[in-house]
Every structure is written in C-alpha cells, then in structure tokens.
Write a protein that binds this ligand. Sequence first.
Ligand SMILES: Nc1nc2c(ncn2[C@@H]2O[C@H](COP(=O)(O)OP(=O)(O)OP(=O)(O)O)[C@@H](O)[C@H]2O)c(=O)[nH]1
Length: 390
Amino acid sequence: MEYVVAAVILLVVLVAGGIGLVVPRMRRRQLPPAETGGGTTTLEREPEAPSLQVPAEVDEGLPPLIEEKPAEPEAPALDKPEPTAGRLVRLRARLSRSQNIFGRGLLSVLSRDHLDEDAWEEIEDSLISADVGVEATQVIVARLRERVRVLGSRTVSEVREQLTEELVAALDPELDRSLKTTPHDGRPAVMLVVGVNGAGKTTTCGKIGRVLIADGRTVLFGAADTFRAAAADQIQTWGERVGAETVRGPEGGDPASVAFDAVKRGIDTGIDTVVIDTAGRLQNKVGLMDELGKVKRVVEKHGPVDETLLVLDATTGQNGLEQARVFTEVVDVTGVVLTKLDGTAKGGIVIAVQRKLGIPVKLVGLGEGPDDLAPFEPAAFVEALLGSDA
Ligand SMILES: Nc1nc2c(ncn2[C@@H]2O[C@H](COP(=O)(O)OP(=O)(O)OP(=O)(O)O)[C@@H](O)[C@H]2O)c(=O)[nH]1
C-alpha cells in the first residue's frame, strides 16, 4: 500500500513538473520576437535582407524595390543631307528671284525690233550693274554684236541664246571645279577655308561637311577660328548634326596648333577629309595675314593642303575683289565659294571674280539653310541669271 501511495505521489510530481516546463515555452513562442538591438552593436548586427516579397495589395503605388536600369540614352538621329547632284537647278528659284530685274531689263531691250547703238549701250549697262565688271562686259557685248551682225539674228530668243552662250563662255566652263577631297594613302585630304569677317566661312564649312557626308565620305572639322568661341560652337553643332567630330582649342589659342591637331586626329582616326575653318581677317592686317600663312605652313607638316577655298560674300560686289586678291597671294587659293547669291541682284560677280582672280568658282551659297550650297555649274547658273522669261 505504501508503495502505491509513493508511486502516485511520484506520478503527480512528474506530471506537474512536465506541465511547468511546457507551458512557459508555449507562452514564449507567442511573444513578439525579442528586440535584437539590445546587447549587439550596430556594427556587429547582421544587415537585414530586404524583403523582396511585397504583398500584392501594398505593392500598388509603391516604387519598385529594385530600380529598373535606366535605358541607355538614344543617340540623336543624324541629319540626312540632300544629295548634291542637281542642287543648283533645285535652288535656281532662289537665284532668279533676286536676278529678275536683270533678266527682265535685258529681255525688254532684246525684244526691240532693231538693236541700235542705244540698245547695245543698255545691254552693257545691265551687265555692268549686275556686277559682271566693265572689262568683261565689253568683251561679252563686242562678241555678241559681232555674232548678231554676222548671223543676222532677228528674234529675241535667238539673241538671248547667243547672249547665254557668251556669258557661259565668259565663265570658262572647262575649268576644273571639282573639290579635292579624296584621301591619300593613310592621310586625309585637307581643306582650308579662308576669307574676310562674316563672309560665311563657318557656315560654308558646315555645309561642305554635309555635302561630303552625303557623298559617303567621313569628315572631321578643325575649329581654327580661335578668336570667336561661338565659331567653334557653331562648327561643332554642324558636325553633331551629321556625325562629324570637331577638334577645337582654347579660346584665343594658336590657330595653327588647332589646325595641326585636327589633321593629326584625322590621320589617327582614318578620316577621309579634314575641313579647317579659320578666323575672318581683313586683307590689310599684315599680322593676321601672316598668321594665316603660318596655319597653312604648319598644317603642311603633315602633307600638302589639297584645297584652299576663299569664301567671298557676293553682296560686297566689286569691293570684295581686292580683298580676294591679297588672300590668293598669301595662301594660294585653289577655289572660290561665292556666298549669299540669294541676297543680291548682282550675280554677274561670278564672272568678275573668275576673270580677276583666275581661280574657278567651285561652290555657291544660296541661303542660310544647311543644304543651301551648290556645286557651281556655268550653264545652269547663266539660265538662272537671265531668268526663264528673258
Ligand atoms: N542668305 C545667305 N546667308 C548666308 C549664306 N552663307 C552664310 N550666310 C550667313 O552669313 C552670316 C555669317 O556667316 P558665318 O558663317 O558666321 O561667317 P564667318 O565668315 O564664319 O564669320 P567670322 O568667323 O566672323 O569671320 C550668317 O548669318 C550666315 O547664316 C548664304 O549663302 N546666303
């Protein structure tokens, strides 16, 4: 009996002890997790892994936990310059608008029944006022008079046709007007662009770059106009639009060194043509003209310059010719770009320029737009000069 009592007591004790051990554990499990901060320094604490699983209902409106990689900025679309072939014909309206008075004046004289001395004088005056130049006008009119006399030309269209032929002949259509832009073995072709202030050099460099790129060449600009920071920005903007790099130097820096670096870069990167813009300068500033000579000499350490283009503003008329002459002495100009022909009724200046300088007009500027530059074609030009109804 005693054994039974002892066994019951033992059992009760064991059961009570078991309950005492189990209940606190269960309670502890229901408690919120203990603060982990106490006792652990911030440095020692394991960083909490960010919860990537956000319940659907809270997800809305919250920024994503993992930020999406920003898309690579898209390269700006490059301009597609107009093809160069036939540009003069397309831009003809620009030219004939400003030449109308000239064409109409000639038409009214040519339509007279009889071309007397007064009529010939009027024809001469028309040509001179269109800036053809006195000397060239006299030659053209003398030849035309002779043809009219010998051939007995009667109708306006006959005389007009003969005048057209004489004007074209005065423009020396056989001259080589191609731009020398073909690269040499391992070296780009180099083009130097010179002229007085505001003639349109920087704009012309940009337009030429576009022409070359349209024709499938690679181009690099040298911003050797270090006087005017805006000029370097200007040419760089032209380049960015068509995908041409620009090499520039510090403002007021040595233009010869910028030009040298530009050609060097062109060689290193295998460019076809390097176009170098220079600062505008007046032909009577000896120091500046010497500087231009130096630019050319320094560039030629890499090899000869292929093309030296003189940019002339057609609206300056005969006055521009003296400026032009000095440039030809300093840098051996190989071609003329006559700009702003859209803004003058004196397109005859092309004839005067070629006669006076003995250098072919290779390009004409017919507006401020990026593609308003055309290869010069004597016949198309004379047609535009005389107007369709002359
Ligand atoms: N209408 C017309 N404007 C032109 C033509 N070519 C250039 N221009 C304008 O002439 C102005 C002068 O052009 P720029 O290219 O800055 O002249 P620049 O010779 O480089 O000037 P500098 O560096 O100061 O000597 C600009 O407003 C051009 O848009 C053209 O063929 N027709």
